[in-house]
Ligand binder design. Structure first.
Ligand code: PRP
Length: 181
C-alpha cells in the first residue's frame, strides 16, 4: 500500500493507488487461473460495488480458462451504515449447479452480505464456492467468514472509489481512498 496526496476533494487520503491495485489484481488473476485450471469457473460479480474490480480481474484470467460470468445484486447499506438486512435485488441468470463459483466482491466488512449470499448460492448446489474480494476489513466482522482470495486488508475507515460508493457517488474514482468527513 502507498499513501499519496488525495486526487479528489472527497478523499482525505489515498489508500491504494492505481498501480498498486493493478499489480495486486494481476497476482490474484494468476492465482485464480492456476487454481481453476481444468474446472468450470463461474465468476459471480456482486453488483454494484464489484464491477470495476471484476472487469479488471477478468482480464487477468488466463485465456485457456473455461469462464462464465454472471451477476447478483444485493443491498444492505444506507449511507455509511449496514442495515443488517440483506435484500436480493437481482438473482443469477445461469444455473450454478455443478460449477465452480467464485463470488467477486469489492469489500467484506461485517460479513453479513457474504454470509447471506453464500447461503443462498450453496442451495443451488455448486461444485464449489469461494470468494474473492478486493478489500477486507477484518476488524469489522460480525460473522466469522474469511474470503479465500483477498486483494488488500485495510483498517476500519470508510473507503470510496474503484467501485465503492458513498450514497451511490464516487464509484468512478480510479483509486481507493478514505472519505473526507
Ligand atoms: C457493499 C459491498 C458488499 C457489502 C459489504 O455493498 O459491495 O457487498 O457492502 O458489507 P458487509 O460485509 O458489511 O455486508 P452495498 O450494499 O453498499 O451495495 P453496492 O455494492 O451496490 O454499493
Amino acid at each position: 500500500m502507498s499513501a499519496q496526496t488525495p486526487t479528489h476533494p472527497a478523499l482525505s487520503k489515498v489508500l491504494l493507488d492505481e498501480n498498486t491495485i493493478k499489480a495486486r489484481i494481476r497476482e490474484l488473476g494468476a492465482q485464480i487461473t492456476s487454481d481453476y485450471a481444468g474446472r468450470r469457473l463461474m465468476v459471480v460479480g456482486v453488483l454494484k460495488g464489484s464491477v470495476i474490480f471484476l472487469a479488471d480481474l477478468l482480464r487477468t484470467l488466463g485465456a485457456e480458462l473455461d469462464v462464465e460470468v454472471d451477476f447478483v445484486a444485493v443491498s444492505s447499506y444506507a449511507g455509511k451504515n449496514s442495515t443488517g438486512a440483506v435484500r436480493t435485488l437481482l438473482d443469477l441468470r445461469a444455473d450454478p449447479e455443478g460449477k465452480d463459483l467464485l463470488l467477486v466482491e469489492d469489500i467484506v466488512d461485517t460479513g453479513l452480505t457474504l454470509a447471506s449470499l453464500t447461503e443462498t448460492l450453496r442451495a443451488h448446489r455448486p461444485n464449489s464456492l469461494e470468494v474473492c474480494t478486493l478489500l477486507d476489513k477484518p476488524d469489522c466482522r460480525k460473522i466469522p467468514i474469511q474470503p479465500k482470495y483477498v486483494g488488500f486488508r485495510i483498517p476500519n475507515e470508510f473507503v470510496i472509489g474503484y467501485g465503492l460508493d458513498y450514497d451511490e457517488r464516487y464509484r468512478q474514482l480510479p483509486v481507493v481512498g478514505v472519505m473526507r468527513t
